[in-house]
Design a protein around this ligand. Structure first.
Ligand code: SF4
Ligand code: SF4
Length: 431
């Protein structure tokens, strides 16, 4: 297939083989309403389309590694035979020297030995959504009958562990769990045994369409300050105990940025537009978060996928992330890592009246400022080809020295940590 010169050398597509159909009914799921886009559909990707997609997707990539990303809705509702057919197609169209990966995001409730064996055999990376212990997870993540789901999710994780499947956990940070960062993090780390964790902020527009429009948000939405405090709480625990042992996506992104590399996650990249989404019928959209008529690029059975990915509207979509950045962001000290965040959340106005400021700005700024020193240290260790985990020794020494000073401090004295606050309102309070 001849590729247009404007097509990106590599791009991702989130495939929705079952569309928005799911066996659960999570309160803040942004995708369930997408069912309304296809009123008469059976929501099942055909095997012909699967093969066509696999062929086109592989042919379009000008890089040696290719990842197939399965999502929903709930992709396991397609059944295992569908994914077996997917793997067969991948093997059929694989180019010489090309490595093919599969990543599947699931709620985990339908997994069993057979699924886990299949994932292990074909090296799938599985993403599982867990928002924390029962009191947090079960509040919003319920099934169609309103019943809690955490126990079923954890049973699914056990199948993955039993068969040695690689998995990561995705926790949504929302208005409910945001004030409990350490509790959530320790649950994921210690009780579930996660080594790879993503914290996704819930910013949910309050409208009837489910589209990215309007500027009000629902009560489940995490505020910028809450999100920043949450990330700081997790970071302070992680940086003292878990560097090199537990991998938190936004911390990895930050370390890459502080090391002078690209963040590697679209949300924090300067531009985006190379993470498309494809519905069960081959309709391709600009992004998973913009599956709505205005952002439909076309159907890949009518227009080749590679042309859709390199089309002028898609390039404009990706460049707008940078070009629409307000001056407030362009002048910001942490822009090199933040880049204004995801456009879907840019619903605020800057203090000088410019639109396009991220709803989470307060949190991003507080978090990225808070981690500046340890990130500088870890980046320097990396440059010197030493492990970033050395930060834990440095902080342990600092903490021990502070503890010695604390022993003789009065509650109303200035805190020895240098924060400028009274001891009782700072480390004395925490102690
Ligand atoms: S709109 Fe947001 S989620 Fe979509 S590709 Fe751009 S940064 Fe990523
Ligand atoms: S922290 Fe706020 S001002 Fe700075 S780049 Fe991010 S969104 Fe913009």
């Amino acid at each position: 297939m001849q590729q247009p010169t404007t097509s990106p050398p590599a791009f991702h597509v989130m495939i929705k083989p079952r569309g928005a159909i799911c066996n659960l009914d999570c309160a803040y799921c942004f995708f369930l309403t997408k069912e309304n886009l296809y009123p008469d559909s059976q929501f099942r990707m055909s095997l012909d389309l699967l093969e066509d997609y696999t062929h086109q997707y592989i042919a379009a990539q000008r890089v040696p590694e290719v990842t197939f990303a399965w999502q929903g809705g709930e992709p396991t509702l397609m059944g295992l035979d569908f994914l077996r057919a997917a793997v067969r197609s991948q093997q059929q169209y694989q180019k010489p020297g090309m490595r093919i990966h599969n990543a599947l995001q699931t709620n985990g409730t339908l997994l069993d030995d057979e699924w886990a064996q299949f994932f292990k055999e074909h090296g799938f990376l599985i993403g599982i959504s867990i928002d924390g212990p029962h009191c947090f997870h079960d509040a919003y993540r319920t099934d169609k009958a309103g019943r809690p789901t955490l126990d079923r999710v954890l049973a699914g994780v056990e199948f993955l562990k039993k068969h040695g499947v690689d998995y990561n956990l995705l926790a949504c940070v929302n208005a409910l769990n945001a004030s409990h960062p350490v509790e959530v993090y320790r649950f994921l780390r210690d009780d579930v045994g996660a080594r790879f964790i993503q914290f996704i902020p819930i910013v949910e527009r309050d409208n009837d369409t489910g589209y990215q429009e309007g500027t009000t948000v629902t009560g489940r939405t995490v505020s910028g300050q809450q999100y920043g405090d949450f990330l700081i709480g997790v970071f302070d625990e992680w940086v003292r105990r878990d560097v090199g042992r537990v991998f938190v996506q936004i911390f990895d992104v930050a370390l890459a940025a502080w090391s002078g590399h690209r963040p590697g996650l679209c949300v924090f990249e300067e531009t985006c537009g190379t993470a498309l989404a494809m519905e069960h019928n081959g309709d391709v959209y600009a992004c998973d978060h913009f599956v709505e008529p205005r952002y439909k690029l076309g159907n890949m059975q009518e227009i080749p996928l590679v042309e859709l990915a390199g089309s002028p509207p898609q390039r404009a979509f990706g460049l707008a992330k940078r070009d629409a950045l307000p001056k407030f962001c362009r002048d910001c000290a942490v822009r090199f890592v933040c880049n204004g965040g995801c456009p879907k959340n840019r619903i605020l106005t800057t203090p000088d009246g410019e639109p396009g400021l991220n709803y989470l700005c307060d949190g991003y700024k507080a978090f990225f400022t808070h981690i500046n020193q340890p990130m500088q240290f870890m980046a320097a260790e990396l440059r010197a080809q030493r492990p970033p985990a050395n930060i834990m020794l440095v902080l342990a020494r600092q903490d021990a020295a502070l503890q010695q000073k604390f022993a003789h401090v009065g509650r109303n004295d200035p805190c020895p940590c240098g924060s400028g606050r009274k001891f009782k309102h700072c480390h004395g309070h925490r102690k």
